[in-house]
Design a protein around this ligand. Structure first.
Ligand SMILES: [Zn+2]
Length: 464
């Protein structure tokens, strides 16, 4: 009886201590973190645990997926910054001109890390837990220095339903003993797989169009923050080494010199850590910067340094898989790689916070005062199908692109989309007008320009 009582008492003490202390993912979870995939609701529980035990984080639920899973972001920074986070956010929006007022030169940079938009590229969301812990861990002095001038926004999962679909399937399918043979069942994810959302939409083709509610909520949130750096963390085939910036050609011609240069600088910092560990990586070969609805290009056309990172893995990788070269790729190593590039990107954001905010401000001064392309105004005739105009206006609203209507009849000459030639014609009251001089002008120009310039016709996806 006494022994039982002592045991119960110790369990109680242990639970009481755990309830009061900030725990790492491995300490918090009953699963074997780094070997098992963590169900989405327990990932959320871990973020809530950290929020309850650290004053370096604020949690925000910005939407719900189709299957009603919360879409959450953690704002991580110093206590001083979190105390005035709303002021920092508004000050940054003033840089863009999306709200009125003169911005202060606060030198605080904002980086957003988005994990696993393709839900079965699961190592991203797994790495989000470690990334969060490294930032808030009181024993980690290095990250605390970064947080002094940086707001880190961690988006746990850009596609919670797809992620849950994969993790649930893998957990049911994998045995207690991992089979690294890629032909085994646990490496053969069945259709529809976890890549897409509830409606089997690829959310990483949806950033500009926003047909899905997950994207709509995310872009609304994005436009509230307008980060200076945005990283979109993916996975690809198991045999590929890690990919990070600089991206492959073609780049859209409106991407600024600063954006081109700084993605390379971040890539070089990533490479420094990978070289130290002897991890393989590549740059520049695939993943270009053109199509506007990706998680790298959409932020890029919003003035950020937008980048895709890709780890070898995805739905066929499981907890461990045998590679063509005879090595075994483990989930733990996939997490380690994404964690390393996440931290390296935060480090670079902090180290260059002043330059980032300065160039970001300049980018928006150009956007508001000078068209990046040869067209100054886009006009949509009211003679077009009314429903089509309505959905076009909806698209402009969702992307915070401003528009107006013609108030006075006038003869103008310019490029005509229907004939592909230069014409002179009258615009009449009621025609829709979109100016290329406004906060969101880069995206507007990318979407409306009739012919984007391609330096290389080998592009990964469709053009505007
Ligand atoms: Zn992907």
């Amino acid at each position: 009886m006494t022994r039982w009582f002592t045991f119960a008492f110790l369990v109680f003490i242990d639970m009481a201590i755990r309830a009061q202390t900030l725990l790492s993912p491995a300490e918090f979870l009953t699963q074997d973190y780094g070997k098992d995939f963590i169900p989405y609701h327990l990932k959320v529980a871990y973020f809530e645990h950290v929020a309850a035990h650290s004053d370096l984080i604020k949690l925000h639920t910005y939407g719900y997926s189709v299957e009603k899973r919360p879409q959450i972001q953690a704002y991580v920074s110093s206590r001083e910054n979190l105390d005035r986070i709303e002021e920092i956010r508004l000050n940054n929006l003033r840089r863009t001109g999306l709200i009125d007022g003169t911005p202060r030169d606060d030198g605080i940079a904002i980086i957003m890390l988005g994990y696993s938009v393709h839900g079965n590229e699961a190592a991203g969301s797994e790495a989000a837990l470690s990334t969060l812990y490294k930032l808030v861990d009181p024993g980690n002095a290095k990250t605390k220095v970064w947080l002094k001038n940086t707001i880190v926004i961690i988006d746990l999962s850009l596609n919670p339903d797809g992620h849950a679909r994969y993790v649930d399937w893998y957990t049911r399918t994998g045995g207690t003993i991992i089979n690294i043979d890629e032909d085994s069942w646990e490496h053969q994810e069945p259709w529809p797989g976890g890549r897409t959302n509830h409606y089997y939409f690829d959310l990483n083709r949806d950033w500009a169009w926003q047909t899905q509610i997950e994207t709509q909520a995310r872009i609304k949130q994005y436009l509230q923050w307008m980060p200076h750096v945005h990283v979109d963390l993916h996975e690809m085939g198991v045999n590929s080494p890690y990919y990070f910036a600089p991206a492959a050609q073609p780049y859209h011609e409106y991407i600024s010199t600063w954006q081109r240069d700084f993605q390379t600088a971040i890539g070089q910092n990533n490479a420094r850590y990978f070289d130290k560990e002897g991890w393989l990586y590549f740059t520049k070969e695939v993943f270009d910067l053109l199509y506007p609805a990706y998680g790298d290009t959409y932020p890029t056309y919003s003035g950020a340094i937008g980048m895709t990172y890709e780890q070898g893995g995805s739905g066929s990788a499981g907890s461990a898989v045998l590679l063509d070269n005879g090595d075994t790729l483990t989930l733990q190593s996939r997490i380690d790689h994404h964690l390393t590039t996440s931290l390296s990107s935060i480090e670079m954001t902090s180290r260059h916070a002043t330059e980032l905010t300065k160039h970001f401000s300049e980018y928006y001064q150009v956007s508001r005062n000078k068209a990046r392309g040869k067209y100054r105004t886009y006009i949509i005739s009211q003679d077009n199908n009314r429903e089509k105009i309505k959905s076009l206006i909806r698209l402009l609203d969702l992307n915070a692109i401003k528009y107006g209507t013609v108030t006075q009849e006038k003869e103008i000459s310019g490029y005509d989309y229907s004939t592909g030639s230069t014409v002179t014609r009258a615009v009449v009251p009621g025609d829709l007008v979109i100016s290329a001089l406004q906060a969101r002008s880069t995206l507007a120009q990318v979407l409306f320009d009739p012919e984007p310039k391609l330096v290389d016709s080998l592009t990964y996806d469709i053009t505007s």
